[in-house]
Design a protein around this ligand. Structure first.
Ligand code: GN1
Ligand code: MG
Length: 359
């Protein structure tokens, strides 16, 4: 169904060969992704990743692509032999195109690799920590002020919660009565969960270049060696707090279940995975971050988990406009899962801090 469109996009990006086959990739809650195979003149197949950027979420694709261009150029200089992300350009030198009114497309090189949504293999978790830790240090000398804030206040937990409570007041699709318990819990932890955002606003932490979506499936691994190759999904690279990148990765990789597990009895923080991730991440960043940032990592994990719960719940309350959903209550299921995880993180906060002290 997409064949003609993909062909047209491939022509704009001057891809050699002829379109041979394509598959839709299910990863990601926002953009739409395809792996597209081209037959070369010699019969070989070369693959590309095509993406439609969600312009409801990313209002200014030009700024996103400029951020990505700057950041990938900086990383490439430090990692000349390694795998890097590479976006293709049109004959006019643009790394994205608009089809019709607003459909925004881009094309990347395909990296043969594996990704993990979650993994019980502690080596994979440790390597995920290394990958994001390395990413943070590679960008530690990049001036965060050079980047556009493509989604303003993306990880401003305070504003996210204010928005949630305002939308709950309005109750636009009549779902609020069924989520009073969830709203009450979020209200009860509001002060703790917004503490880092407040401190950041007062200048307690320097703005870092952060990834802002450090899920483990945003790291590509070598199929054979099982080592990390490259960090992907740079759409939300912006100035931010390092603790939130650490925390978001823990939220995803150290959950005993998937991000949208419906049975909350299965959800919790796995301390072994937390330790493995931290063992990978912390040694990379210890020299470039301040001691206060390192001391705030555990609170970062709790805060971003509450924030994600608030974002999923807000989307549920306002009619599922932002995140892709696979079934009616998907955003509510995600909310409950994140809240259970946040509660467990809170109970285990001292154990998490002890683990960090040992590294
Ligand atoms: C979205 O689309 P994806 O999976 O890369 C979201 C993140 C959330 C994540 C939760 C731009 O990321 O902030 O943490 O879903 N991205 C945006 O799975 O909102
Ligand atoms: Mg993302």
């Amino acid at each position: 169904m997409y064949t003609n469109k993909l062909k047209a996009v491939g022509e704009m990006f001057r891809l050699p060969g002829t379109l041979y086959s394509y598959t839709s990739i299910a990863n990601g809650n926002i953009n739409k992704t395809f792996k597209v195979d081209y037959m070369q003149a010699d019969g070989d197949i070369k693959s590309y990743m095509f993406q439609i950027i969600n312009t409801y979420v990313f209002k200014n694709p030009a700024q996103i692509m400029e951020n990505i261009d700057r950041v990938t150029r900086h990383i490439r200089k430090k990692n000349e032999d390694g795998v890097c992300l590479h976006f293709h350009h049109t004959k006019d030198g643009s790394n994205y195109i608009l089809m019709g009114d607003s459909e925004c497309w881009r094309v990347m090189n395909y990296v043969d690799s594996v990704t993990y949504n979650s993994s019980d293999d502690l080596n994979v978790v440790r390597y995920t920590g290394e990958a994001f830790g390395r990413f943070q240090t590679q960008l530690s000398d990049f001036d965060a002020a050079q980047l556009y804030e493509t989604i303003p206040d993306f990880h401003n937990t305070k504003k996210r919660l204010v928005q949630l409570f305002a939308d709950a007041e309005k109750d636009p699709v009549g779902r609020v009565d069924s989520v009073r318990g969830e709203l009450d819990y979020i209200k009860s932890v509001e002060d703790i969960a917004t503490r880092l955002t407040d401190m950041y606003a007062l200048g307690a932490f320097p703005p870092r270049v952060t990834h802002n979506d450090t899920k483990s499936n945003n790291v590509l691994f070598d199929r054979r060696t099982k080592k990390p190759l490259v960090v992907i999904d740079l759409d939300t690279v912006m100035p931010g707090m390092a603790m939130y990148d650490f925390g978001d990765a823990v939220r995803f990789a150290a959950n005993t279940a998937e991000e949208d597990e419906p049975d909350t009895d299965k959800v919790g923080l796995d301390l072994d995975k937390f330790k493995a991730f931290a063992e990978g991440y912390i040694p990379f960043v210890r020299d470039s971050l301040t001691p206060l940032e390192v001391d705030s990592m555990v609170l970062g994990a709790f805060s971003i988990t509450v924030e994600l719960a608030a974002r999923f719940l807000d989307d549920y309350i306002t009619g599922d406009k932002y995140f892709k959903t696979n079934y009616e209550n998907h955003n509510l299921v995600r909310t409950r899962c994140q809240l259970k995880l946040a509660q467990d993180m809170y109970e285990k906060r001292d154990k998490m801090k002890d683990i960090l002290k040992m590294i």
